[in-house]
Write a protein that binds this ligand. Structure first.
Ligand code: UFG
Length: 331
């Protein structure tokens, strides 16, 4: 029996592979290596280069490797890009997921864990932590493409018994706490990675997108979750499904928000460096404030975060950022 990790050469997927291997699982990775890196896949995992939307390929992988669960990360993840190129998002996230779900159903797979997102909520009316039963109203094609997949998975459970866990991530950041993998994406747009690049002199300055939001300091507030805690939530979800759990949707976050300005301060503090920050216009598609009510995940799956500290997240992200250039050159 093995677990199939789609997108296992990417940022979160490569951490998931380590989490599974650390727990003695056999792992098969399916990744097209468009944004992922072959060297990011732990050697003990089997890497197959291909497309999640290639239903024939996925069905043969499931049969050949006796897959018992699919953990689906592969997809496009940049909110502003999705506004400029929605078709790419509906293709990579929705259409490919449909073919993957079809492959799972055809081969009798009964366990599916899906990487969903807080972007399914859009811009919540209240600034407090948001629970799973809140109105789903995505404000970007990224969020819509993920919500559509949630709907497909739910319908596949009803009609075909595809048991599922769908985890709605808030802002994932940091790097493997053991330093084995991290966020290696080129041209990254995510706040903590960008601030770390600025702290290490890889960029001359960074921008703050919007300082006139209705938030305590005017910049956007997000709930940053350490990637090692996030993948541990997936491993917990795997146990839930293996113990007969049928369907579960939950937020992944810490119920604690930090503003963009607070995050930049943390990066300056932890790195001991200063760098120029330019106050810029709002970025399209950004909700002012998003924090998770994570009670459901903690109570029902007994998930306990271990790295819920902003400085810890930043320190691990900085450690990886300092290491990464050498790794890319030697790959
Ligand atoms: N930001 C800046 N400057 C930068 C980069 C980002 O000010 O150089 C700001 C953004 O405008 C936003 C905040 O930092 O206000 C966080 O932006 P990110 O790009 O880091 O993350 P997003 O909140 O846009 O999106 C992330 C994930 C999505 C997920 C979402 C849920 O990419 O997958 O969090 O909150 F859905």
């Amino acid at each position: 029996m093995a677990v199939l990790v789609t997108g296992g050469a990417g940022y979160i997927g490569s951490h998931m592979v380590w989490e599974l291997l650390d727990n003695g699982e056999d792992v098969v990775v399916l990744d097209n290596l468009v944004t992922g890196f072959q060297w990011a896949v732990a050697e003990k995992a089997k890497l197959i280069v291909g497309n999640v939307g290639d239903q024939y390929l996925v069905e043969s992988i499931i049969r050949d490797h006796k897959i018992d669960c699919i953990i689906h990360f592969a997809g496009s993840v940049v909110v502003p890009e999705s506004l400029e190129d929605p078709i790419k998002y509906y293709d990579n996230n929705t259409a490919n997921s449909l073919r993957l779900i079809a492959a799972a159903v055809n081969t009798g797979i009964s366990k599916f864990i899906f990487s969903s997102t807080a972007a399914v909520y859009g811009a919540p009316e209240n600034s407090g932590p948001i629970a799973e039963d809140a109105v789903l109203n995505p404000m970007s094609p990224y969020g819509s493409s993920k919500l559509m997949t949630e709907i497909m998975v739910r319908d596949a459970e009803k009609a075909h018994g595809l048991a599922y866990v769908m985890l709605r991530y808030f802002n994932v950041a940091g790097a493997d706490y053991k330093g084995r993998t991290g966020q290696s994406t080129t041209g990254a747009t995510h706040l903590i990675k960008i601030a770390c690049e600025a702290a290490l002199g890889k960029r001359e300055y960074m921008n703050v997108f919007g300082t006139d939001y209705d938030t305590p300091d005017g910049s956007c507030v997000r709930d940053y979750i350490h990637v090692s805690d996030l993948v541990n939530a997936h491993y917990t979800a795997l146990g839930f499904l293996r113990n007969g759990g049928r369907k579960f949707t939950a937020n992944c976050g810490y119920a604690k928000g930090y503003s963009v300005l607070e995050v930049i301060e943390a990066v300056k503090r932890v790195s001991g460096t200063d760098f120029p920050v330019i106050f810029d216009e709002r970025r399209a598609g950004d909700p002012p404030s998003l924090t998770a009510n994570a009670n459901r995940l903690m109570r029902r799956l007994n998930w306990q975060p271990k790295h819920n500290d902003l400085d810890r997240i930043v320190a691990d992200a900085l450690g990886w950022e300092a290491k990464i250039d050498g790794l890319k050159k030697s790959a």
